[in-house]
Design a protein around this ligand. Structure first.
Ligand SMILES: NC(=O)c1ccc[n+]([C@@H]2O[C@H](COP(=O)([O-])OP(=O)(O)OC[C@H]3O[C@@H](n4cnc5c(N)ncnc54)[C@H](O)[C@@H]3O)[C@@H](O)[C@H]2O)c1
Length: 347
């Protein structure tokens, strides 16, 4: 029988990611309720996706307590993730929360504990891990052919949330609702990806976070230096003033390097060096372009979560994992405010 889904928050991510990929997974899911504090938004979404049988709600509490709902998608602004996820967990619903998990360590701890206590599946939608380009890169990194990794770098940027939200940046520029600007909004995507690629945790960060261009009180650019627990160098940039959109990474090891670049002709490139007795490691041994499967990160993430609920398996991004990414971002804001390196405080 198909899992019955309640979607809370009917804005852009629901329109772009959740509903298209629930509707195309009809054999396993049924959208039972669409909920938004603005009723018309939920009704509009039902019409757009031809969900004639879905109920419309305006209060998430009425949705999570329904006994005919198995799964809750939390697609609201960042500051409301905690309240809804905790309520859903207490009502024994499996939960998919949009990134970032939330905006404080305390709130993340509450969400993790509530899900653990109820024994429900709790995933956070850190999309970048699910992009086929990044899946191909991770598969290659895990072969170990790069040798010991010494440096992990990346950049993520787009033109700003006003282009995502159709001319109005909405809650994204209000720290109370978002937790910050570009760093928490897109920086968390890159940081989560780099942690996953490296399979390492970040110990300390030193950050420069500023508003260079947007007329808002939150950051639109950030540049972070990281020291991973094993001493590996790390660094990334997050930006709301990058045109066109960019998601790039570079990982360097003893025997070669791998680069990824979304939206380019060869999105994953590996270059191995001539290593060994009498050879010069500045020379190229081999260029490799791993095969990238078709599909999208959003589709893979939604389908993966649904499959995990059905099979009762741990998802690729658990609450604990996503909280770790958020803790690094919070440490970066702290570092930028203090003007020095700070240790990351994990949940
Ligand atoms: N994974 C990704 O790639 C990605 C991309 C964009 C946004 N997001 C995340 O998705 C979440 C939503 O972002 P968005 O762009 O869809 O925002 P949005 O403003 O377009 O939509 C949010 C919706 O939530 C509704 N809402 C607010 N409080 C509510 C409540 N208490 N109960 C029910 N509905 C409520 C609003 O009315 C609005 O319709 C954010 O956490 C954001 O960071 C993720």
């Amino acid at each position: 029988m198909a899992l019955r889904v309640g979607v809370i928050g009917c804005g852009k991510i629901t329109e772009r990611a959740s509903l298209p990929n629930l509707v195309n997974y009809r054999e396993k899911t049924e959208v039972a309720v669409l909920c938004d504090i603005v009723k018309e938004k939920a009704s509009r979404m039902a019409g757009q996706f031809k969900l004639d049988r879905a109920d419309i709600a305006t209060n998430w509490k009425s949705v999570v307590k329904r006994s005919d709902i198995d799964v809750i998608f939390v697609n609201t602004p960042n500051y409301v993730h905690e309240e809804i996820a905790v309520g859903a967990a207490k009502a024994k619903k499996h939960i998919l929360v949009e990134k970032p998990i939330t905006i404080s360590n305390k709130a993340a701890g509450n969400m993790i504990n509530a899900a653990k206590k109820s024994g429900v599946i709790f995933m956070v939608e850190q999309t970048q891990r699910f992009d086929p380009v990044h899946q191909a890169a991770k598969k290659f990194i895990d072969t170990g052919l790069l040798g010991k990794i010494n440096t992990i770098k990346g950049r993520i940027g787009h033109a700003g949330p006003e282009y995502w939200a159709g001319g109005d940046q909405g809650w994204f520029s209000d720290k109370k609702f978002s937790g910050g600007g570009a760093m928490i909004d897109v920086g968390i995507h890159m940081l989560d990806l780099l942690r996953w690629f490296g399979g390492k945790e970040v110990a300390e960060v030193s950050a420069n976070i500023k508003t260079l261009e947007k007329p808002w009180p939150v950051d639109d650019n950030g540049s972070i230096l990281m020291r991973f627990e094993d001493g590996t160098f790390g660094q990334f940039e997050a930006s709301w003033t990058t045109r066109p959109y960019e998601v790039t990474t570079s990982i360097y090891g003893e025997k070669g390097k791998i680069r990824t670049s979304l939206g380019t002709e060869r999105p994953v490139s590996v270059r191995l060096a001539t290593i060994g007795e009498g050879s010069d490691p500045n020379n190229v041994l081999e260029d490799i372009h791993p095969t990238v499967e078709s599909g999208s990160g959003w589709e893979n993430a939604v389908h993966h979560f649904i499959d995990c609920v059905i099979k009762k398996e741990n998802p690729l991004v658990t609450g604990v994992d996503a909280a770790r990414s958020m803790s690094v971002i919070l440490a970066a804001y702290d570092s930028a405010a203090k003007g020095r390196w700070v240790k990351v405080r994990y949940v």
